[in-house]
Design a protein around this ligand. Structure first.
Ligand SMILES: C[S@@+](CC[C@H](N)C(=O)[O-])C[C@H]1O[C@@H](n2cnc3c(N)ncnc32)[C@H](O)[C@@H]1O
Length: 289
């Protein structure tokens, strides 16, 4: 009890110290020769300092309004989860392939969405990188998809395809995107195993690939391998929850060392991999937010 209270009271100062150290570490990225690495540095700085234009603020507030209404929803839905469950679930490959059915509150499903800070970072990153073709694994109720699609819409170019295994959850994601009037995005329903190949074929060359679906070591590496031939030459691949479990940490370490990855940035929660071989030596940045 006492240790929980202590942990809670330390959360904010620890976060503030981390963000301050990150601001300092950003200098190396912001002055980098690579446009893509500079983009990450600038996106991160703007997210940390909450620098948003009036137009950006308007759409972010609308998305957050939608998030709040889902977090207050008392509706129950039946879902099928093809993912890893919780970080301690230890589901077998067979269980994940078959999917686990349960009845859950929409509010609880929504809690799996990216927090505002990280979603804003994704938004800023897309504003800077200006990708034309984006794919997301794991729509959930459409929060991160909304941030990405809104960013593409403000760029005036680019499309997003987002994949979700559970039909009832995908329906909510669709409603979220419609409510926000975002038309540059489509939701594809079904397990990634079933849907990914045709999405990759139709979306290639993919400039921005966001993996926030199946948080399992083998699955993360397999989806990366499967997606790789459909990525553009200088694609950016973002992985969420790289520190979520020992398996996710191991998967991220393998990606950082993968020869197809020219540079990588670890932000503790997110990992960013830059595809290509146009760097003299592999560069790995760590900014533990
Ligand atoms: C962490 S949530 C995504 C959150 C969302 N990106 C956001 O921030 O708004 C992961 C989602 O991926 C879906 N998912 C996990 N594994 C999957 C798989 N193998 N096939 C299809 N969907 C899967 C789950 O149903 C869940 O809704």
């Amino acid at each position: 009890m006492l240790s929980r209270m202590l942990n809670e009271s330390l959360k904010l100062p620890v976060q503030m110290v981390r963000r301050y150290s990150a601001m300092v570490a950003l200098a190396g990225l912001e002055s980098h020769d690579s446009v893509r690495l500079r983009a990450v540095g600038e996106a991160l700085r703007e997210s940390l300092s909450n620098t948003v234009s009036v137009e950006e603020k308007r759409i972010i507030s609308l998305i957050e309004k939608r998030r709040s209404s889902l977090l207050y929803s008392d509706k129950e839905i039946t879902v099928i989860d093809f993912g890893a469950g919780s970080s301690s679930s230890n589901r077998t490959k067979e269980e994940m392939e078959a999917g686990v059915i349960s009845t859950v509150f929409v509010s609880d499903v929504c809690k799996a969405s990216m927090p505002r800070f990280w979603a804003t970072f994704l938004f800023k990153l897309i504003r800077k990188l200006e990708p034309l073709s984006c794919v997301e694994l794991g729509s959930c109720v459409g929060i991160s998809a909304s941030y990405q699609a809104a960013s593409l819409s403000m760029n005036g170019k680019g499309r997003l395809v987002t994949l979700e295994g559970s039909q009832e959850i995908a329906k909510i994601a669709q409603e979220t995107l419609e409510w926000l009037g975002l038309r540059n995005v489509s939701v594809v329903t079904g397990s990634f195993r079933e849907t990914m190949k045709s999405v990759l074929d139709s979306a290639k060359p993919i400039d921005f690939f966001f993996n926030d679906g199946h948080h399992d070591h083998d699955a993360v590496l397999k989806y990366f391998d499967d997606a790789f031939p459909s990525l553009s030459e200088d694609a950016v691949v973002v992985f969420d929850d790289i520190s979520w479990s020992p398996g996710m940490r191991k998967a991220w370490a393998a990606i950082e060392h993968d020869e197809r990855v020219a540079a990588s940035i670890s932000l503790r929660k997110l990992g960013i991999a830059f595809i290509g071989n146009n760097y003299a030596s592999k560069e790995r940045f760590r900014i533990p937010l």
